[in-house]
Design a protein around this ligand. Sequence first.
Ligand code: GAR
Length: 200
Amino acid sequence: MKIAVLISGRGSNLQAILKAENEKKLGNAEVFLIISSNPNAAGLEFAKNYNKYAVVLDPKDYANKTEYDKKLKSIMLENDIELIVLAGFMKVLSHSFVDYFKNKIINIHPSLLPAFPGLNIHERVLEYGVKYSGCTVHFVNADVDGGPIIAQRVVEVLDGDSPDSLAARILIKEHILLPEVIKKISENKIIVNQRRVKVN
Ligand code: GAR
């Protein structure tokens, strides 16, 4: 299963995926292509280190979202990409793009969705005072952070937490969860029934 990983910054989830692939823990999935929306993304280094083909698609080079997503779509089709993994990709994809690739795009989000979608998640988690947070891998649909949930991991919020300390503990779980889900998808072990996703 040929996958594309889309990033915008640090790329630690990309690194975790590449490491899992190297260790033969990614099932039938092959990281075929990496796309960064940011030419200066630190995560591009990982592409180099693991000898992976990487493309920078900077929104600044496109007149609008439609043009950007058109280019993205053509790259996916030209490369026969079967799964698109958003790993810290900070651009919202257009409805037509996500509709076209229905159940073929997954995203990792650092909260227990549907709680705390969007940005500044850990700040809001601490402000609200919830006792547990975590991370979610979900299919991407037209509702931002609102697609069917595939898997979640829980992290306890501690009294002394800052947004950074909480983010760091959640990130450890993200790095385990995302490659695990990719592996399951590549082995056809994920069954989607409306919003309910069964992982075998
Ligand atoms: C991760 O924590 C990911 O869950 C989050 O951005 C970080 C990217 O880190 N994604 C979102 O907030 C998406 N809404 P990374 O670049 O080191 O993988």
